[in-house]
Design a protein around this ligand. Structure first.
Ligand code: SF4
Length: 344
């Protein structure tokens, strides 16, 4: 039996991630930590976008299911609470595919070709053939993912607002063509800007799975400490006696996010006066990271895989019920029902 959708007077928000594998601290600080806070203020829907993973990994989908499980466990570990939020899997809610098809009918191809990530990704992932229809159309699927839940807000970091803008344009175009009793069916969602500090990875570049420079949410303490030991520092500090600048050091950037003000003061003084060594400083940075990671890892260990899967099933049932409400309106507005012919 279908579960009822959550009934709430709180504004609805929706967001999701592609299942690319275990999540890292960059994912946590850039999205998950914010989502956890939103749960108490909004009616939240968070999903795992497994169909999106297919747009670029269609030739070998073998990793998508295991990665989905990892992302689900990371969602729960980070503190997403199934009693407060609907956690669901995109492919379990077939209405995403239906709305994708319908919105695909009204979306000009030129809009898709202009999406900056389209050309960037084709260049960056040169080892993959991304000339497929699904890859070109992924912004339509993304718009469908969002509009299907008629959310008021989409929480995103600064660098992702363009995606929501395209979704708003698609909604606007839909609403121009179709109305239901003179009412707009797909409200334009607004961007909910969430703080997303750019975390450096161990090589100093932005922390990203594709650079292989991440600290994962599941990394045990010794691994975190080892990764920090190899992390690049202020290039001006070659010898222990050289003075450094935490503002020019990726380790300094980690301190700014994870360390206490007292530690930060010790880093600032010690680095600039060459009073501390980088090894000592990195040890303090690792302390801050471990302090954040430990409760996440404890929570992850408290869920069994069957329990997590059941949570995802339950959430997907709820999401499906909510999605069907929207689709009912969409089909009626587009007159894709026989009733609309009978009533003519
Ligand atoms: S002391 Fe710390 S902040 Fe300064 S260069 Fe070394 S690691 Fe970076």
């Amino acid at each position: 039996m279908e579960e009822p959708a959550i009934l709430s007077s709180r504004p609805r928000v929706l967001s999701g991630m592609r299942p690319t594998g275990k999540l890292h601290l960059g994912n946590y600080m850039g999205a998950l930590a914010n989502w956890v806070k939103l749960q108490d203020q909004y009616e939240c829907y968070f999903f795992i976008a497994d169909w999106h993973a297919l747009t670029s990994n269609y030739a070998d989908p073998s990793e998508i299911a295991p990665n989905t499980l990892d992302v689900l466990l990371d969602y729960l570990a980070a503190g997403l609470d199934p009693a407060k939020s609907v956690l669901f899997l995109q492919s379990k809610v077939l209405q995403h595919a239906e709305l994708n098809l319908l919105l695909g009918m009204i979306t000009p191809v030129g809009w898709l070709e202009r999406v900056p990530t389209y050309k960037d990704q084709q260049k960056n992932l040169a080892n993959k053939d991304l000339s497929n229809f699904g890859f070109l159309g992924y912004p339509v699927l993304m718009a469908s993912d969002i509009l299907l839940y008629q959310p008021k807000f989409v929480p995103v970091g600064n660098d992702q607002t363009a995606h929501v803008e395209l979704t708003r344009e698609v909604a606007r175009r839909f609403n121009q063509f179709y109305k239901l009793d003179d009412r707009e069916v797909l409200p334009e969602p607004q961007v909910l800007l969430t703080p997303s500090p750019q975390l450096p990875g161990t090589d100093g570049r932005k922390m990203s799975k594709s650079y292989g420079n991440t600290i994962q949410l599941t990394d045990p303490e010794p691994v975190v400490r080892q990764k920090l030991k190899t992390m690049v520092t202020d290039p001006a500090r070659i010898r222990r006696s050289d003075k450094g600048d935490p503002d020019k050091c990726p380790v300094g950037d980690l301190h700014k996010v994870f360390s206490t003000p007292e530690t930060m003061a010790k880093v600032n003084d010690g680095c600039r006066s060459a009073g501390i060594g980088c090894i000592e400083c990195k040890g303090w940075a690792a302390d801050g990271l471990v302090r954040v990671l430990q409760p996440i890892q404890d929570r992850r260990a408290s869920y069994s895989v069957p329990q997590a899967v059941e949570i995802l099933e339950d959430g997907s049932n709820r999401a499906r019920a909510r999605a069907e409400q929207t689709m009912h309106e969409v089909r009626s507005a587009m007159q894709m029902t026989l009733t609309s012919a009978i009533n003519k």
